[in-house]
Ligand binder design. Structure first.
Ligand code: MLT
Length: 409
């Protein structure tokens, strides 16, 4: 008899984005001609940039010839990509990261979900609220979240980020061991300044807290005072793991490549208080459960850093940020309260007329044929909000903003 991990039975419904996809599919079946504009899941629409495609073609050709064919690669990533990452994403910002502190993977979703493998199940976990659901659901799976009571996991600490605190998370009064911070934030699109992030790093150093810093939206930062990496903050290497991704940065949502930085000086603790480098544990986990990102994909990721490649990638980001401005300006002109869209592809909208999140989602889907993501799907403090993405085409974005004008306030 195979016993199951009963924590899975505690999970609520289906994964948020699968649930939305199901609702949209059903609506589409009943209304096959509905001109639906998808602004729900943060999935890109622009193709891979030419430099990336060129690098992939070259790599495919190498794989077709015995002399340059490659089988298993290093699980942590090829040196050419690790070097490109540490040079461009860190050294250029004055941050020293060793190539043996970087682990190339197939996604920040996988890594933020899997990182819990190396951490004890008794840790007290804090999450901002609203939050990217992967952090919560994977802690439920591991048994760290407790029971779901009155719409809250009773062992998780929720850090509300709402209009009342200007979406800036306050350090909880209760003791906690691990905190997930995603900045620029998914879903609210808000940011932390260096000074604000520093208060978290200082607290973490003082209290031996581990920060899981998800920087998947770093490439969308336009303002100067917003840190691109948590390691810009002094001492952060002692307390933080950083997750980065090529998905939104370079349109790799279907191509799959990301990386995680686990600094060598970052320690975890045994029950008896002995220090253990988390880098060593993550390396063990990674090499045991993962065989590396395909060579062709790693060459594609490397191409994002060449002079021409980075220019092309930046142009795509500008395209999406232009869309973000169109959405933000359009909705604000209508009198709606809107966050995000300045350093992020996400626009976080206060629902009109006190509608709840799913009510507004249904209204947008059925009346305006626009798909958003209900804020409450990201946590209780997301109730009364809805998220739109700027990842659609310019034409669809303009059309969506036109349709949104029909919302009567
Ligand atoms: C989102 O829409 O929040 C993201 O696209 C989901 C993801 O990156 O997995």
């Amino acid at each position: 008899m195979a016993f199951i991990n009963e924590n899975y039975l505690k999970l609520q419904g289906s994964y948020l984005f699968s649930e939305i996809a199901r609702k949209v599919r059903e609506y589409k079946e009943d209304n096959p001609n509905a001109p639906i504009i998808r602004m729900g899941i943060g999935d890109v629409t622009k193709p891979l940039v030419p430099e990336v495609v060129k690098a992939m073609h070259l790599a495919v050709d190498e794989m077709a010839v015995a002399s340059s064919f490659r089988g298993y690669g290093p699980e942590q990533g090829y040196d050419f990509l690790l070097n490109a990452i540490v040079t461009n994403d860190y050294k250029k910002r004055g941050i020293e990261i060793g190539t043996d502190e970087v682990f190339v993977s197939d996604g920040a979703k996988s890594d933020t979900g899997n990182i819990g493998d190396i951490l004890g199940t008794d840790n007290i976990v804090a999450v901002t609220d609203p939050v990217y659901p992967v952090y919560v659901d994977t802690n439920v799976m591991a048994g760290r979240a407790g029971e779901f009571v009155n719409n809250l996991w009773n062992k998780l600490i929720y850090i509300p980020c709402t209009a009342e605190n200007n979406f800036i998370p306050e350090i909880p009064k209760q003791k906690f061991d691990i905190v997930y911070l995603c900045y620029p934030n998914n879903p609210t699109g808000t940011t932390l300044t260096k000074a604000q992030l520093k208060t978290w790093v200082d607290y973490a150093i003082e209290n031996k807290v581990l920060i899981m810093f998800d920087g998947a939206y770093e490439a969308f930062i336009t303002e100067d005072d917003v840190p691109h990496s948590i390691y810009e903050i002094e001492g952060a290497k002692q307390v933080a793991i950083e997750f980065r991704s090529f998905s939104k940065t370079a349109g790799f949502t279907g191509t799959r490549c990301a990386y995680t930085v686990v600094p060598k000086e970052l320690m975890g603790y045994t029950k008896t208080g002995e220090k253990v480098p988390l880098n060593k544990l993550w390396n063990r986990r990674h090499t045991t459960k993962f065989n590396g990102v395909p060579y062709v994909i790693q060459r594609a990721a490397e191409a994002c850093y060449s002079e021409q490649g980075s220019l092309e990638v930046k142009n795509v980001i500008s395209y999406y940020m232009k869309n973000a401005k169109i959405i933000k300006d359009g909705l604000e002109a209508q009198g709606l309260k809107v966050m995000g869209g300045v350093n992020s592809p996400y626009i976080w909208i206060k629902t009109p007329k006190g509608m709840n999140s799913w009510g507004f989602f249904d209204y947008l889907l059925k009346e305006l044929n626009i798909v958003g993501t209900p804020g409450v799907g990201f946590g209780p403090s997301g109730e009364g909000y809805l998220r739109l993405t700027s990842f659609n085409t310019l034409e669809n974005t303009i059309e969506a903003v036109e349709r949104l004008k029909k919302i009567s306030l």
